[in-house]
Write a new protein. Structure first.
Ligand code: SAM
Length: 160
């Protein structure tokens, strides 16, 4: 598979999994967390499709497109190893939807990173909430969910 194929699969799956999770969690009242703003494409998609839900964005250095930059009061700046711990104190287990796209181009590093943050992410999710991740996560109490039919297996993961 070419890098272009891989990239397209990842983008198609990211949107399919997000749309699925947005619909499945629509009746939950808790906040939404976007982990990794980057260019802001997925944040923009989430904001467009969840205009009435509070979306907090975790990022260490904002470098997003101007149209995809969250307001200051919805930005949680810093390393997620620290800010996820602080978020548990602030929000408790209330997040209705958590999306994580924190990785780079090195699969081994992405896997190690996913292992390290999984125990920090897991307690933030509300009962009935869903987590969408670009990398396989390592949760004790959450289980991997079936992907929507338009997602490509192993390009995106859903836990709940
Ligand atoms: N989903 C985004 C989009 O659609 O544009 C792309 C996200 S990009 C692949 C990953 C982002 O995660 C980068 O902006 C990077 O700064 C952020 N990131 C990576 N490691 C982080 C960490 N330890 N703490 C906070 N942010 C981090």
């Amino acid at each position: 598979m070419s890098r272009l194929d891989h990239f397209i699969n990842r983008m198609v799956s990211q949107r399919a999994c997000l749309d699925h999770a947005i619909a499945q969690t629509a009746t939950l009242g808790g906040p939404v967390f976007e982990l990794g703003l980057g260019n802001g494409r997925t944040y923009h998609h989430m904001a467009e499709n969840m205009p009435d839900r509070a979306i907090y964005v975790f990022e260490r250095a904002v470098a997003s497109h101007p149209q995809s930059t969250p307001p200051d009061d919805m930005l949680i700046l810093g390393d997620v190893h620290d800010t996820l711990v602080q978020a548990l104190e602030r929000f408790g287990s209330t997040a209705s939807l958590i999306h994580a796209d924190l990785g780079g181009h090195n699969p081994a590093k992405n896997d190690a990173f996913a292992k390290a943050i999984s125990p920090l992410v897991e307690p933030l999710l509300a009962k009935g909430g869903l987590m969408v991740a670009s990398d396989r996560m390592y949760f004790d109490g959450l289980t991997e969910q079936a992907l929507p039919s338009d997602a490509v297996p192993n390009s995106c993961f859903i836990y709940g």
